[in-house]
Design a protein around this ligand. Structure first.
Ligand SMILES: NC(=O)c1ccc[n+]([C@@H]2O[C@H](COP(=O)([O-])OP(=O)(O)OC[C@H]3O[C@@H](n4cnc5c(N)ncnc54)[C@H](O)[C@@H]3O)[C@@H](O)[C@H]2O)c1
Length: 329
């Protein structure tokens, strides 16, 4: 028996005009559900066909009044940059929570790009200083762009963006794309990570995740009052940045601790259970409060919950606007 499935390409999703603020609000609603204990989300599992490359499977059910489910199949291949291919690719499936039927299949690169920036934005909403003026971005690819977009939504007084990327030309391309969003800000190309983070109020690292991290950003280089967000697991910030912070937060405590216990990440001095201040479920549901002074740090791994909240929003907008292609399964 055949049934209808909505196919949404990256170009389809682009035409919907969904904003970073809308996605931040949806992702935050998801974290509230997490904090209430309303989600079922195993830690992501994966295979690794090449060194430093991953293919992950990421299912999540958001229960309660939201009642949404989905699963993502996503790949991350750092060598793709040299081949002119995207680092992150994949598909996301919307599942009917009543029947389990696949309702939609859509591009997961778009979802991953935007929901990851949005999760950083939600963290910054609760931990950021309203006086934030200087933002440092290390790794000037897709996430470097999305994370700055989210910071623009949270911090109205950004006057400086400090940039570091080891690949020639990345800073110039980044500035061309991002300056229109912050016309009055100075974009400063930095020769090394140390110069990039100096005196910055917010530091976000978006470089490739590697199994043997260099952890090339040192705690001693950071301002006493700053927000340090790792989008790239433990590849960039040293252990002291995280373990000696006034608060260390992650998106989902269970997944962080599972990953630390079962994998190669978050070893050698990264905070364990005792060192965890909070996860975003606790913060957004209000069972723990954010902190706004001192060095506040976060590892935001990117979780299937973010995908469900974003994918469902896309599906609703696509139905309203009659975008996409119906196919039969
Ligand atoms: N936490 C999450 O939810 C989540 C989601 C998506 C991607 N990611 C991770 O974010 C990172 C960036 O992903 P992306 O999609 O922006 O990739 P991308 O390929 O678009 O960008 C990566 C950038 O890092 C630069 N780079 C390479 N080596 C570097 C180094 N040693 N120091 C600093 N910069 C370096 C590259 O030149 C490139 O500009 C990856 O580690 C990816 O796995 C995390």
């Amino acid at each position: 028996m055949a049934f209808d499935v909505l196919w949404l390409s990256q170009a389809d999703i682009d035409t919907l005009g969904i904003t970073m603020l809308e996605i931040m609000d949806e992702v935050e609603r998801g974290f509230v559900a997490q904090g209430r204990g309303d989600i079922e989300m195993p830690a992501k599992i994966g295979i690794h066909t090449r060194k430093d490359c991953f293919n992950h499977s990421m299912p999540c059910y958001v229960g309660g009044e939201l009642d949404m489910a989905g699963v993502k199949v996503v790949s991350g291949y750092p060598p793709n940059q040299k081949k002119g291919l995207p680092y992150i690719t994949g598909i996301w499936c919307l599942l009917d929570p009543e029947t389990g039927l696949v309702r939609a299949v859509m591009d997961a690169a778009w979802i991953t790009a935007w929901r990851t920036g949005a999760a950083s934005g939600v963290y910054a909403r609760h931990f950021g200083s309203p006086d934030t003026k200087s933002v440092a971005i290390i790794g000037l690819g897709v996430q470097g762009r999305m994370n700055l977009r989210a910071m623009i939504e949270v911090f109205p007084h950004i006057s400086e963006v400090r940039m570091f990327d080891p690949i020639a030309g990345q800073s110039a391309r980044y500035q061309t794309d991002m300056q229109p969003l912050l016309p009055g800000a100075a974009f400063v190309e930095c020769a090394n990570p140390k110069d990039c983070v100096a005196n910055s109020d917010v530091i976000i690292t978006c470089s490739p995740i590697v199994e043997k991290p260099q952890r090339y950003v040192r705690a001693e280089w950071l301002k006493a009052d700053c927000l340090a967000i790792a989008v790239d697991y433990d590849s960039a910030f040293d252990a002291e940045t995280m373990s000696k912070a006034v608060s260390f937060t992650t998106d989902n405590a269970g997944q962080y601790l599972w990953t630390q216990e079962h994998g190669v990440y978050f070893q050698n001095g990264y905070p364990d259970k005792a060192g965890l201040h909070s996860d975003l479920g606790e913060i957004c549901a209000g069972t723990k409060a954010g902190v706004r002074t001192g060095r506040r740090t976060a590892v935001l791994m990117g979780i299937a919950l973010d995908d469900v909240m974003t994918g469902h929003l896309i599906y609703q907008k696509a139905l309203e606007r009659k975008i996409g292609t119906w196919v039969q399964l």
